[in-house]
Design a protein around this ligand. Sequence first.
Ligand SMILES: NC(=O)c1ccc[n+]([C@@H]2O[C@H](COP(=O)([O-])OP(=O)(O)OC[C@H]3O[C@@H](n4cnc5c(N)ncnc54)[C@H](O)[C@@H]3O)[C@@H](O)[C@H]2O)c1
Length: 369
Amino acid sequence: MEKIAIIGVGRLGLCLALNLEACGYHILGIDLSQEYVDALNQKRFQSQEPQVSDYLHSARHFKASTELSRIFEEDIRTIFIVVSTPSLPTGEFSHAYIDAIIDQLEQHGRRNSAHHLIINSTCMPGYCSSIEERLHALNYTLTYNPEFIAQGSIIRDQQFPDQVLIGGSNPAAIDSLKAVYGKLCKNSPRYCVMSLISAEMTKLATNCFLTTKIAFANAIGDIALKAGAEPEKILEAIGADSRIGTKYLKYGFGYGGPCFPRDNKAFTHFAGKAGCHMLISEATDQANEAHHAFLTERWLKDHEQQEEILFDSVTYKKGTDILEASQQLKLAEALARSGKKITIRESPDVIKQLIDLYGNLFSYQVHEN
Ligand SMILES: NC(=O)c1ccc[n+]([C@@H]2O[C@H](COP(=O)([O-])OP(=O)(O)OC[C@H]3O[C@@H](n4cnc5c(N)ncnc54)[C@H](O)[C@@H]3O)[C@@H](O)[C@H]2O)c1
């Protein structure tokens, strides 16, 4: 059976690894920490992400290592890179972790047989082209293949994608990636094949569109509440128009989490470098902030007589353990800082993170499950 290596088996990479294993590939996952790799190999690792622990438990052809050289020892020709690309203060992504891997590949020298490198990490548009020549010299083909998944349903979303986005120009590499998705997908997605930079732009622009839709829904809802109208009914009716659709058009908290806010900022940055002012993504971020201010004011008014407020979960999305850019948590913090006694009901793991971040700003109750 064909072998695949996945460098970076974190939140996204591990799901990809396990999904590919489940459809018949032999997978070698490479990551940095020996402790983590041991937990994966001994099937002790417990994930908050649905299905991951079960898939790991039943995976017979998945192994992990900290040694990148194993890829060559085992003659693996298809290599995915799914390492993190943290945001810099400017809004653009750092590619330092990917660069470090390319350096390592360079140390292993030019390959006799062609190797296919697939970058899944979210990159700044233009990055992949900038490394293509180096990789070509090492006899690697390069494709960019970002994923459109949501935290809390990564395994399922990888099996049922609407579209498979492939950036690249080598027909054989594109066909081999399509063949991988042919096995992985349980539906018939649309294959969108384009240049590297177009695919990098598409990934960011998609999330920009979604954040714009969320910010629009919340702005309409805020106005409706002020005007004495009905947010949900208005948005349901707008979404019933098939040109618009109901997804991401609900009234609620602003967008947060590890992808939306940073992709929006990165796109703004990229547009600026390309010589364009991306007014929409900037306005979307401002609208998200304005909605937070609206919610804080409203909650303070609604709970004027109430000293204590209970938050049942403050992660950015229920069922995950992610606090990054959580709008629920931001609201809880704003209320606590304005004098309310805030109690947060969460899992022990999340409570530990909250204590590390906020000390005794909140009180806690442990979630039953
Ligand atoms: N998690 C998601 O839902 C999601 C969705 C879309 C896109 N992405 C993108 O995918 C990428 C990965 O995201 P993630 O959430 O899985 O990040 P993560 O931090 O959970 O996982 C990244 C993993 O890469 C490992 N790593 C870093 N440098 C390495 C190296 N040199 N060799 C081997 N392993 C290395 C880290 O130890 C970590 O386990 C990011 O670019 C992110 O923007 C993530």
